[in-house]
Design a protein around this ligand. Structure first.
Ligand SMILES: Nc1ncnc2c1ncn2[C@@H]1O[C@H](COP(=O)(O)OP(=O)(O)OP(=O)(O)O)[C@@H](O)[C@H]1O
Length: 248
């Protein structure tokens, strides 16, 4: 609710979204079936599901990398179906930060060079101020002293912190994290999720984490399960209780 008592508009609003692809034998594969999802600024949403259930497909749609086959999607007040490809790419660069399981840092570039890469495509202010902005982000993730270090000299947790700094350097309103702890040990993964949660909250962004790790999902305030392309909210209390019961 906002100050006037009205329900706040979702930053991303998917209604009855489907994604269908045509296979070589002319059969249709229904990857997403009638997905309803509202993501609000300040939310931390987790989507869990087994391999092949459609998680990457949903992430690609949320990240404006792909479009629904049917249904409606509103992104920051604009119907996505009305956006041209190049406008979609611009909105993506300015409004969405991506974090991947394998960090996807550029080899042979320093931590700072990696972090400032998105600023090369930003406004003049972002472009010319990129080193100062990048350093500030690296300091926020606790790696100011490693600005000149290349990724292969950093630990997995440190590489993911650099990737977080890079994802957040243009102050995106939506952060999409795809198995962000998948390549990290449990303790490092928890520290990375703590950091991601804190920075997303401080930056006033929405965080959507796609994961098969129930420990990671348990941190989110809103949880969904994706099962064969069908998205359903999971019962928060029951899920938490179940997670505690299995020692997660
Ligand atoms: N363009 C495509 N053409 C044909 N099949 C596709 C296409 N995109 C996805 N699929 C199939 O749709 C299903 C869902 O794919 P998706 O990559 O979204 O799953 P996922 O939940 O992310 O899986 P994982 O966790 O293993 O990465 C899979 O069976 C995949 O092979």
């Amino acid at each position: 609710m906002n100050a006037s008592g009205a329900a706040e508009e979702a930053f991303v609003d998917l209604r009855d979204v489907t994604r269908t692809v045509l296979l070589p034998d002319d059969q249709e594969l229904h990857i997403l079936r009638g997905v309803d999802l509202q993501v609000r600024i300040g939310d931390h949403t987790a989507i869990v599901g087994r391999s092949g259930c459609g998680k990457s497909t949903l992430l690609n749609i949320l990240g404006l990398l792909d479009v629904p086959t049917s249904g409606t999607m509103i992104f920051d007040g604009t119907p996505v179906g009305k956006l041209r490809n190049n406008t979609r790419a611009k909105v993506r660069g300015a409004s969405i930060g991506f974090i991947f399981q394998q960090f996807n840092l550029l080899p042979g570039r320093t931590a700072l060079e990696n972090v400032v890469t998105p600023l090369m495509y930003g406004s003049r202010k972002e472009f010319w101020g990129r080193n100062a902005i990048g350093m500030e982000m690296l300091e926020r993730v606790g790696l100011g002293a490693r600005a000149g270090t290349q990724p292969h000299m950093l630990s997995g947790g440190e590489q993911q912190r650099v990737a977080i700094a890079r994802a957040l350097v243009r102050r995106p309103r939506l952060i999409l994290a795809d198995e962000p702890t998948g390549a990290l040990d449990v303790e490092t993964g928890q520290a990375v999720m703590d950091l991601l949660d804190t920075i997303a909250t401080e930056s006033g962004a929405a965080l959507v984490t796609i994961t098969h790790d129930l420990n990671v999902a348990a941190r989110a305030r809103t949880r969904y399960r994706l099962d064969a392309g069908v998205l359903s909210p999971t019962d928060t209390v029951a899920t938490s209780a179940a997670l505690v019961a299995v020692g997660a």
